[in-house]
Design a binder for this molecule. Structure first.
Ligand code: UTP
Length: 601
């Protein structure tokens, strides 16, 4: 029963039911200051709508959220140590940080498995550190052709789908900050060539902020619920509650590959990681990087506890060292012979096997290992300095593995598999000065070309690096700019099959898009070769020396340009622009066999 002043509002039955639930959950303060019935109706409506959204987006509704919060807050107040009685050891891992037959085998197995894989892209993050005004997925990963992250990801799915004769599903998690922008981007680019039916968009909602240990829902005003992000672990909940995981499983999907919004390197490593999952029978495979002890990246450890199943989990770096000191290693996190920690760095790239995943989702309603991180106001540990909220991280899924699920790690060279665009230039430069990775738009572009060069080298091309430079505090090796599109090569075996010999200078640009064979080609300083072959067109380029004179030139932005709205923001976050001094794209749009020689340049 509602108190009479609320009953007098004549609210729809759904609202009445929710208010009753909230009153029963000790949240009467939400309505205590309401103005008389019939006044401020718009503000009251908006408030009730925000409560309804929060209620409907959480499994079990707001009463479940409040109950979960009370439990976790009580544990936090008691100072519970989540790693109590656990001993860390190196996880089960496969090291693919060097190339060779093992890598090639894993890639071949991964390509076959990709036919039964869906890609899950978490793209709900606001990107506060970067401060870009649009969605991060729209940022170009490179500036030769200015391909956005979303276009780049879609191009891999398209090329793989063509090769494998199937459609690879793409699930994108958006939030209220990225929903409209992501949809607009997909629509204005005709889904980047994907079938719209291939793409599923799931939207994460914010969760209520909590003002004290009783999980009292915080208000930002009389009729304004305080809301905060719940974290990227929402993806598991949404895949469950929307029925997407079950639908994908029913359509034959056996693995899910979880990727981030700005990592242009991901598909260099994804297939080899997936192949490793298949080969090793991993239910949960973390794609990870070598990390130096003490580095500010979570380390993946196998945690052992008497009487409990082993847990392979990301342990935050500031928890890992004390845990090691308290258990197996009084010196803390020590380096191995190569200088790396035994606990590889988590980069939140995951390959998860569908069958155990469905089981865990069913059992947990998709609520994955929530945690709370309250900043207590004083020693009584009952009130907070600022509102807290429950959070969830997608890499914590193994916390719910209790049926012998196999968890492992595949380690790759860092820049080969991960180079995100997360920081603005000032923050990135500060990271560099502390020997950390800059993770700026410029370093991400730098690493994108670096991977292209590495592939050329593996195919036997002589690659001369450009002299290193620094722009706005970020070290860069600006060339050669080598872009090998997924339509050109999905695997290293493809690259080796399509490129034979040749030479490229540090001041040259090469873009290969489509079915192209390059034999003994030379790109001297100041030259560019950009080829696009549409599906069905086969292009052969043999014994060609590209003439110099049509080049791309890197031009740092001036201080005033860096602040000028006239300069596109995607350049301002890099600190430079790339000027095309006459380079042209050679297009082959019709199916057939074509040759590109010096007469056609
Ligand atoms: P980031 O660590 O890059 O965080 O997230 P962020 O929120 O995007 O950026 P900052 O911290 O505000 O600067 C890693 C991945 O998780 C996604 C991001 O979009 C990114 O792909 N993410 C993060 C979500 O999808 N939802 C969230 O609530 C948080």
């Amino acid at each position: 029963m509602l108190p009479s002043r609320l009953a007098a509002e004549n609210l729809p039955s759904a609202d009445t039911a929710l208010i009753e639930l909230l009153l029963a959950s000790g949240q009467s303060h939400l309505f205590a200051d309401w103005d008389p019935a019939g006044t401020h109706t718009d503000a009251k409506r908006a408030f009730l709508d925000s409560l309804q959204t929060a209620h409907q987006s959480y499994p079990g509704g707001l009463p479940a959220y409040i109950a979960n919060a009370r439990k976790l807050l009580a544990e936090a107040a008691a100072g519970a140590n989540p790693f109590e009685c656990y001993t860390p050891e190196q996880p089960d891992l496969v090291d693919l940080s060097a190339f060779g037959p093992e890598y090639d085998e894993a890639e071949a197995a991964g390509l076959a498995a990709f036919a039964h894989t869906a890609v899950v892209l978490v793209a709900g993050g606001l990107g506060e550190r970067l401060g870009y005004h649009g969605i991060k997925l729209d940022i170009p990963v490179e500036t030769v052709e200015s391909t956005s992250y979303l276009a780049h990801y879609a191009s891999f799915l398209l090329a793989a789908g063509r090769r494998l004769g199937c459609q690879i599903p793409l699930v994108i998690m958006v939030s209220r900050d990225t929903d409209a922008g992501t949809r607009a981007s997909l629509e204005s680019h005709s889904h980047f060539g994907l079938d719209p039916a291939q793409v599923t968009i799931l939207r994460q909602e914010l969760v209520p902020a909590l003002s004290d240990i009783q999980a009292t829902l915080a208000l930002d005003g009389k009729y304004r619920l305080a809301l905060k992000p719940h974290g990227h672990g929402d993806i598991h909940m949404l895949l469950h509650t929307s029925g997407t995981a079950r639908r994908l499983a029913a359509s034959g999907i056996r693995h899910l590959l979880f990727i981030q919004d700005t990592n242009g390197q991901v598909f260099n490593a994804a297939l080899a990681a997936l192949g490793t999952s298949v080969k090793k029978g991993y239910d949960f495979n973390s794609i990870a990087v070598n990390r130096i002890p003490g580095e500010a990246v979570g380390g993946i450890a196998r945690l052992k506890k008497p009487g409990a199943p082993d847990l392979t989990l990301n342990v935050e770096y500031n928890q890992l060292d004390p845990l090691l000191r308290a258990t197996v290693s009084p010196e803390g996190d020590t380096p191995d012979a190569r200088g790396f920690s035994r606990f590889p760095g988590n980069i939140n790239l995951l390959a998860i096997r569908m069958e155990p995943y469905l089981r865990v989702l069913e059992k947990s309603s998709g609520i994955i290992a929530e945690f709370v991180n309250p900043k207590f106001a004083d020693a009584t540990r009952t009130t907070f300095k600022k509102p807290a909220r429950l959070e969830t991280m997608m890499q914590d899924l193994p916390k719910l593995f209790h049926s012998g699920e196999k968890t492992g790690v595949t380690v790759f060279d860092r820049t080969w598999c991960f180079s995100a665009c997360k920081n603005n230039l000032a923050e990135a430069a500060a990271k560099v000065s502390q020997n950390g990775p800059p993770e700026s738009a410029s370093s991400a572009e730098n690493d994108f070309y670096l991977a292209g060069r590495e592939k050329l080298r593996m195919a036997g091309m002589a690659v001369e690096d450009a002299p290193a430079t620094t722009i706005r505090g970020i070290p860069l090796v600006p060339g050669p700019r080598a872009i090998l599109r997924p339509s050109f090569a999905l695997t290293l075996a493809d690259v080796r099959q399509r490129i034979h010999g040749g030479k490229i200078s540090g001041d040259a640009t090469l873009v290969l898009d489509g079915d192209i064979h390059l034999e003994n080609c030379t790109l001297p300083p100041g030259s560019s070769l950009l080829i696009h072959a549409a599906p069905g067109a086969k292009v052969a380029v043999k014994n060609l020396t590209v003439s110099p004179g049509a080049r791309y030139e890197l031009e740092p932005l001036t201080d005033s340009e860096l602040d000028s709205a006239e300069v596109p923001e995607f350049l301002r976050i890099r600190g430079y622009r790339l000027l095309n001094q006459g380079a042209k794209l050679h297009r082959f749009e019709t199916p057939g066999h074509w040759t590109l020689d010096s007469t056609s340049l």
